[in-house]
Design a protein around this ligand. Structure first.
Ligand SMILES: C[S@@+](CC[C@H](N)C(=O)[O-])C[C@H]1O[C@@H](n2cnc3c(N)ncnc32)[C@H](O)[C@@H]1O
Length: 375
């Protein structure tokens, strides 16, 4: 069973307590430096004959305002805040690990320059644009309706890219491509169309700035393998943790806001979670994630932190949760290590697709990243 470790702490302290090369994938969504306090108030409606909202069959409802939660998103020196954390992120990534860095138009260009300096320009692989269509529209300039996600591979010659684990998107004109291709859908590009977390939808936790599962699931499925250790040190409502757990990965999460920890407690009910206050036991918790990871892969846990040389390498089979170790998982090539230098994909292939389908894919078929404006 996958495991999560959640820290209520400043992430810099936790990162500094972790050994080198110990996590396979980092996704972070730092505060956007919007210059405001990020707030969300939960709302509920109840039937009330004197209510001011008209609902189904003309019945009247009253709105009850719930708790307001939030965190301060104002920084005098945003890059000065991020830089030491990103240097630690680079250090704790395994040699073929990847970083996904999520921000918006306000700061992304400064951050890209900073990350190029830490990872090296060659390690920058993609800028993903998450485009959505929600909220007010300015009449004074083009309404900004996208976020930016930068992908850096620690070693640009070797990283995880599970092409076959990718959800596919519908053709705009399926009649032009034939039924087989139309049913298969097409490969997504670096522009991902998906709505924000709906304020009334089933995904909503009530945490301001919560990101949609479909966006995070795509990153987790394509850029990590079952049993891997993932990390989000700006965890918020814990979207990365939930995705990791449901897709058979382990995750280490950090947030300095108590509100975020409360939201995660609720969200992770029934999951195997270690809760920690402060950074003191970070190395111990990592060890317990490594044990979970080793059990998932049926290998002994490493005696010390991973510190492997970079470059293409052979990795052992990683059975998905619930599958007997060593048993092939149906079709070949569901998981592949990409070695750019070798010019081919799939240096090592494992199956994960069938188990993932069984778990999260089915459940959220209605929220998959579906629409694309590109032909
Ligand atoms: C944009 S939110 C993350 C939202 C998250 N991706 C989700 O889906 O819910 C950024 C988070 O970073 C946290 N944060 C800010 N500074 C931090 C620090 N120094 N250490 C740990 N967490 C921090 C905030 O409390 C906030 O929850």
């Amino acid at each position: 069973m996958p495991r999560l470790a959640v820290f209520h702490a400043d992430n810099l302290a936790v990162l500094r307590a972790l050994p080198d090369a110990c996590v396979d994938l980092i996704y972070i969504d730092p505060p956007f430096n919007t210059g405001r306090v990020q707030k969300r108030t939960s709302l509920a409606t109840v039937r009330d004959e004197n209510g001011d909202r008209v609902g189904f069959k003309g019945q009247l409802y009253r709105t009850i305002r719930g708790r307001t939660s939030g965190y301060d998103d104002r920084f005098d020196d945003f890059l000065g805040f991020l830089q030491p954390r990103m240097e630690e992120a680079y250090r704790i990534l395994v040699p073929d690990g990847s970083l996904f860095f999520h921000l918006d138009y306000r700061e992304i260009h400064y951050c890209k320059v900073m990350l190029d300096g830490i990872f090296g320009r060659a390690s920058f692989i993609n800028e993903i644009i998450w485009a959505y269509d929600y909220g007010a529209r300015s009449k004074k300039r083009w309404p900004a309706k996208h976020d930016n996600i930068l992908w850096y591979a620690k070693n640009p010659e070797s990283f995880t890219f599970n092409f076959d684990a990718m959800d596919r998107i519908p053709y705009m004109a399926p009649g032009l491509v034939g039924p087989r291709k139309a049913a298969l859908g097409k490969t997504p590009t670096d522009v991902w169309w998906h709505t924000i977390v709906s304020p009334n939808g089933r995904e909503k936790t009530g945490y301001a700035t919560q990101k949609p599962r479909a966006i995070i699931d795509r990153i987790v499925k394509v850029h990590s393998r079952p049993g891997d250790i993932l990390c989000d040190f700006f965890a918020g409502s814990g979207t990365l943790g939930e995705s990791a757990f449901e897709l058979g990965r382990n995750a280490l999460l950090v947030d300095s806001n108590l509100e975020a920890v409360h939201v995660m407690k609720k969200r992770f009910e029934g999951m195997d979670v270690e809760w920690r206050r402060g950074a003191a036991r970070a190395a111990l918790s990592l060890r317990s994630l490594q044990e979970a990871s080793a059990a998932q892969r049926s290998e002994p846990a490493p005696q010390q932190a991973k510190d492997e040389p970079s470059g293409p390498k052979s990795v052992p089979d990683a059975p998905a949760p619930g599958r007997k170790p060593g048993r092939p998982a149906g079709k070949k090539g569901a998981t592949a290590r990409v070695s750019k230098g070798s010019g081919k994909k799939g240096a090592t292939a494992r199956g994960e697709k069938s188990s993932e389908k069984k778990s999260a894919e089915k459940k959220r078929s209605g929220t998959e990243i579906a629409a694309s404006v590109a032909g």
